[in-house]
Write a protein that binds this ligand. Structure first.
Ligand SMILES: [Zn+2]
Length: 60
């Protein structure tokens, strides 16, 4: 049985490239990236672990 899975182009982690982020709502730095690409290609989607609010970070 063959199963095709979508493979995302992955060339490893981008260690050291991500700036230190903090939640814009509660200023916590307990944030987690939930999506590499949001509705727009130039944003990352993050969620705050502290207040669970999603927010976007503009990719530079
Ligand atoms: Zn927060």
């Amino acid at each position: 049985m063959e199963r095709m899975e979508p493979v995302a182009a992955s060339s490893g982690e981008d260690d050291g490239l991500e700036p230190r982020l903090s939640c814009p709502w509660c200023d916590s730095d307990e944030v987690e990236k939930v999506s590499e690409y949001g509705p727009h290609l130039m944003v990352y989607q993050y969620v705050c672990r502290s207040c669970h609010s999603p927010f976007e970070v503009i990719k530079r």
